[in-house]
Design a protein around this ligand. Structure first.
Ligand code: COA
Length: 287
């Protein structure tokens, strides 16, 4: 059966709606709030096979403005990959992946993705390489806490707007591997990091963070300047913290005592030649 290939169709409301239905059906992802709040990102390019007004298979390439070792460039993340159950193992997504990768070649410095456990064989057999990813950690210092940190609430339009303004004006959190797409930050703000955005007015920055027992997890720091950790931590400190975990390279934080450990569970894959070795993927770079 021949399906219709469509790409760059975000301005076609029927096709966009079909894509959102598909994303919900395959990944349980509801993009409606993200879209209605104005954060839909044209840097996210779909390659989809349609049967009439229904998406049967799709993959997207998210084009990322990044800083790698101090140089501005682009990386491509493959995301939104899926095929309707009744159409699997017919070569549809392999075909879309080939088309998407050809489109991205030449103007991206590397390709990465995070795989669902079930999709690992698909990527292994499609020329992708499984790699390890890392987080950085430091022992939580004992400090006197500073008042002034306040949570921003994405349900409040003014707060959401403030977060977006910070994200648009940000400097990369790392010069080693930093990502700049503001709209993707907003995706995280409306989903997995919804209750995690803390404003530090004294330091003119936002910190996205959460806690597991004994661990403060810092996902991102968003500002025109990245404060040093010694200046930042007193605003976040909790006497239960034993370790602080960073989901980005900490080259700007001035950490004295720093370790690196493997982060399990996200199944990262790259195309050969990916330019970052032993990456700490910035958390808010994940789509
Ligand atoms: C993973 C997925 C996108 C593959 O789509 P698809 O259209 O069935 O893939 P293709 O038919 O193009 O597969 C190409 C090759 O990949 C490998 N492959 C694909 N699915 C596989 C599976 N479940 N187990 C083992 N190998 C698999 C095979 O080598 C296959 O070639 P073959 O059928 O000739 O042996 C699909 O199974 C899916 O939608 N899964 C649920 C959502 C998901 O996990 N998405 C990925 C998010 S990262």
């Amino acid at each position: 059966m021949e399906f219709e290939l469509k790409t760059q169709y975000w301005d076609d409301p029927v096709a966009l709606s079909a894509f959102k239905d598909f994303a919900y059906r395959i990944h349980g992802l509801d993009f409606n709030e993200f879209e209605s709040r104005g954060f839909w990102d044209s840097a996210y390019t779909p390659f989809s096979l349609f049967d009439g007004e229904t998406v049967v298979a799709s993959m997207c390439i998210y084009s990322r403005d990044v800083v790698l070792d101090g140089t501005r460039t682009r990386l491509a993340q493959i995301s939104g990959v899926g095929t309707l159950p009744q159409r699997r193992r017919q070569g549809l997504n392999r075909r879309l992946t080939d088309i998407g990768l050809e489109w991205a070649a030449g103007w991206h410095d590397g390709v990465f993705l995070f795989s669902n456990p079930d999709a690992i064989p698909f990527y292994q057999q499609g020329g992708f390489k499984a790699i390890e990813e890392f987080v950085e950690t430091t022992p939580a210092p004992r400090v006197k806490t500073c008042p002034g940190a306040g949570r921003l609430d994405p349900d409040r339009s003014k707060h959401l707007q403030k977060i977006y303004e910070f994200a648009q004006a940000r400097t990369p959190v790392s010069e080693k591997f930093g990502v700049l797409n503001a709209k993707l930050v907003m995706f995280h703000v409306l989903h997995d990091l919804r209750n995690c955005v803390i404003e530090l007015p004294d330091l003119n920055c936002l910190v996205m963070c959460g806690r597991a027992p004994g661990v403060l997890k810092i996902y991102d720091i968003i500002g025109c300047e990245i404060p040093r950790f010694v200046d930042l931590y007193p605003y976040l400190a909790n006497k239960e913290d034993e370790v602080v975990e960073f989901h980005f390279f900490t080259d700007k934080l001035g950490l004295g005592n720093r370790s690196t450990s493997v982060l399990k569970g996200n199944n990262p894959f790259v195309r050969p030649g990916f330019p970052v070795e032993n990456p700490v993927f910035p958390y808010t770079s994940r789509a």
